[in-house]
Design a protein. Structure first.
Lengths: 114, 115
């Protein structure tokens, strides 16, 4: 079963607008990552935020993490048509051995209209 | 550095057959993970290998197996294919072998269709 639930399932915006996607998860985690996937291809790593961090920036991306609410958000500012893709949050479970295992949410499909 | 490569990119098989998929990680990466992606179940973890040892396994039947070679290249095998095995199979490599997750670098995937 999926650890994460993402909201919304689909998001449609105009170029230049901001896009916000949310992710909730169920267990304690070591860190949370966001990935992008274009048209059923491989995933591209966007950003990783550790469980002791609250906010992280990378270019036009801003990620927040609230471990008390077990939730994260990804903000893409000034969206471009090239940002059109599916976005996934991925977590690893704290404690025990979680070698190489990421648990993915169902993803948010973002469409940016030119 | 070259990225993660997967072969073949597309594959069509018949129920009951078996299939082998190959993954070459980024040079220097020793951890290789495999995932299955379907519209219904999303992305699900299959297994992870490090230094030729399987360290972690997801909830998949024994028909799904894998291995890793001394050069870190990995293969996964699915025997007695079922229609439900139709999926995009993704391989990812990571430079670190420590417990916990780090950035994973994904290949383009192998699209398997079972008829």
């Amino acid at each position: 079963s999926q650890q994460g639930e993402e909201d919304p399932q689909a998001l449609s915006i105009q170029e230049g607008e901001n896009a916000t996607m949310n992710c909730s998860y169920k267990t304690s985690i070591n860190n949370l990552q966001w990935y992008r996937q274009n048209s059923g291809r491989g995933l591209v790593h966007l950003i990783l935020i550790r469980s002791n961090e609250r906010e992280k920036h990378s270019g036009r991306l801003r990620v927040t993490l609230d471990t008390s609410k077990k939730s994260s958000s990804l903000l893409i500012t000034a969206s471009r048509a090239a940002d059109t893709a599916s976005y996934f949050c991925a977590t690893d479970r704290a404690g025990g051995t979680s070698y190489g295992k990421l648990t993915f949410g169902q993803g948010t499909i973002l469409t940016v209209h030119p | 550095k070259a990225g993660v490569t997967q072969t073949p990119r597309y594959l069509i098989k018949t129920r009951g057959q078996q299939v082998t998929l190959s993954c070459s990680p980024i040079s220097g990466h020793r951890s290789v993970s495999w995932y299955q992606q379907t519209p219904g179940q999303g992305l699900q973890f299959l297994f992870e290998y490090f230094s030729e040892t399987q360290r972690n396994k997801g909830n998949f039947p024994g028909r799904f197996s894998g291995r890793q070679f001394s050069n870190s290249r990995s293969e996964m095998n699915v025997s007695t294919l079922e229609l439900g095995d139709s999926a995009l199979y993704l391989c990812a490599s990571s430079p670190l072998g420590l417990a916990g997750s780090y950035e994973q670098y994904f290949g383009p995937g192998t699209r398997l269709t079972v008829t």
